[in-house]
Ligand binder design. Structure first.
Ligand SMILES: [Zn+2]
Length: 168
């Protein structure tokens, strides 16, 4: 399943004026010094935030061409088609861009079990910082509480010996 696109044009509109960028209909993204855009991905049904990632020009172009989310992996330094290994492909129902065109919002439907996180959870945001403790506590004693109580899949089964992308 999925469209195979061997090569894509990574040329986007040039940015000529504030009015064009903010009020116009040209897609003219501003990549940062590393050539990246920030991407927020939410579940199209629930609205929950699933992950935050980055795209380079090729990832953006491939996402537009295939309607499947592609990202740039900073840890592995490579283009990353989400779900290539796990099968948990993110089908893009809507792609929005922000006012100054340096951030993308993807609203997706995730294939299979609907998990999005390589740790095995539905969302990468499966923990919250405990804000119920006394105010004024040192941040070094802040604790994380789990919002998701169980993993949807076992990463060891899905990824085997593949390197874990989390950096220490
Ligand atoms: Zn994750």
């Amino acid at each position: 399943m999925g469209t195979t696109v061997s090569s894509v044009s990574t040329a986007f509109g040039s940015r000529v004026s504030i009015e064009q960028v903010e009020e116009g209909s040209d897609l003219a993204p501003r990549f940062d010094a590393s050539g990246l855009l920030t991407v927020v991905t939410t579940d199209a049904e629930s609205g929950d935030v699933m992950m935050v990632g980055v795209m380079n020009a090729e990832a953006l172009a491939r996402t537009i061409a295939t309607r499947e989310a592609h990202y740039w992996s900073r840890s592995r330094q490579c283009l990353w088609r989400k779900g290539a290994t796990s099968g948990l492909v993110q089908h893009v129902l809507e792609m929005r861009i922000d006012d100054d065109q340096d951030a993308i919002w993807l609203r997706v439907h995730t294939a299979g079990t609907g998990a999005n996180c390589h740790v095995g959870y539905r969302s990468c945001f499966y923990r919250r910082v405990d804000l119920t403790a006394e105010e004024g506590i040192p941040s070094s004693s802040a604790a994380l509480l789990f919002c998701e109580t169980h993993k949807i899949f076992d990463p060891a089964v899905v990824y085997g010996d593949a390197p874990n992308p989390t950096r220490l």
